[in-house]
Design a protein around this ligand. Structure first.
Ligand code: 0O2
Ligand code: 0O2
Length: 266
């Protein structure tokens, strides 16, 4: 292929990268609007450099006529997430999409590479509309946490600098750094779980508090003034103790009192 052929050949890949970037950035914005949370932190993309394509063709023994199926990452999108849990959620969203077809995945999150590299790669087939009609191209979508990305970015640039002949000692230290990134992800996930648990408790409490207060109001409606005032005092005391279980007990007693009052009511 001469220079002009490469340019034409890469055109649908350029378009694929641009379209996928727009689609995932839009997905991020939409999820933020709908759910106030998006598993996407940010999106980048690139078309593989010609020299890297040629190098990979040689390494994988891919002849020029098989380049479209033999090299899967000519078009590449990278989606960064905050938490490891976001990766699976995002993979699920991608599998459900109708504008691309998942061919297969490489799960380097569960099975890290010997270098220490972790990421979730999804190879998709994407139909791109060209001047000559529809063309299906392969694209690689890499899903990773910010910590995985931090490690991979630095390791990639060191490898580039040393032309993949990193000194043994550097390889060793990068491997330890990969372990540190893994532990950072784990710690962040457990902090996230705790925050979600606290949020759930907070929502439970505010729901029960509102049921207790409307229950007390109903007792006034049934003219059970003394009972209602007693419950109100119990409520005030519990407010300082701040224990959901006690609030649930109070709610149960109030509901019993309402049932009794309703039964006696004409
Ligand atoms: P904003 O609002 O500027 O952040 P293009 O669309 O082609 O012009 P592209 O591909 O979006 O450019 O740019 P690039 O350099 O690939 O980066 C993609 C987006 O990721 C950019 O945001 C960067 O700001 C953002 N980005 C890159 N590195 C980081 C990072 O470490 N943390 C965070 N949070 N964002 C990062 P946008 O889309 O230009 O928008
Ligand atoms: P570029 O053009 O610089 O972005 P391989 O045979 O190793 O090339 P493999 O293992 O099948 O390929 O992985 P895959 O799915 O083809 O993805 C290759 C890409 O994954 C790489 O692109 C990197 O972006 C990333 N990657 C894979 N292994 C490592 C690793 O050990 N360290 C880092 N930093 N990144 C890795 P390229 O080849 O760098 O292409």
């Amino acid at each position: 292929m001469d220079g002009r052929d490469w340019k034409l050949f890469l055109q649908p890949y350029e378009q694929t990268v641009e379209e996928l970037k727009v689609k995932f950035k839009t997905l991020r914005a939409e999820l933020k609007n709908r759910e106030e949370y998006s598993p996407i932190e940010f999106v980048t993309g690139r078309v593989k450099r010609i020299s890297s394509i040629i190098e990979k063709m040689k390494r994988l023994n891919v002849p020029m006529e098989n380049i479209e199926t033999g090299i899967e990452d000519i078009a590449g999108i990278r989606i960064m997430c905050q938490f490891v849990e976001d990766i699976e959620a995002l993979a699920e969203l991608i599998r459900a999409r109708e504008d691309m077809t998942v061919k297969y995945v490489k799960d380097y999150v569960t099975n890290k590479k010997p270098s220490g590299y972790r990421s979730y790669h999804i190879i998709v087939e994407y139909p791109v509309q060209t001047a000559l009609g529809m063309k299906r191209v392969l694209a690689e979508i890499q899903l990773r946490t910010l910590a995985m990305n931090f490690w991979a970015t630095i390791e990639h640039s060191l490898n580039y600098k040393y032309r993949e002949k990193l000194p043994e000692q550097v390889v060793e230290r990068l491997s330890r750094a990969a372990e540190a990134a893994y532990l950072l992800d784990r710690e962040m996930s457990s902090i996230r779980d705790e925050i979600m648990e606290a949020q759930k408790l907070f929502e439970d409490k505010s729901r029960i508090v509102s049921q207790v207060l409307s229950g007390i109001q109903r007792l006034y409606y049934f003219h059970r003034v003394r009972e209602a005032a007693q419950f109100q005092m119990r409520f005030n005391e519990l407010w300082d103790i701040d224990d959901v279980w006690h609030f649930k007990e109070l709610l149960h007693d109030i509901e019993e009192a309402i049932r009794r009052a309703a039964a006696k009511s004409p």
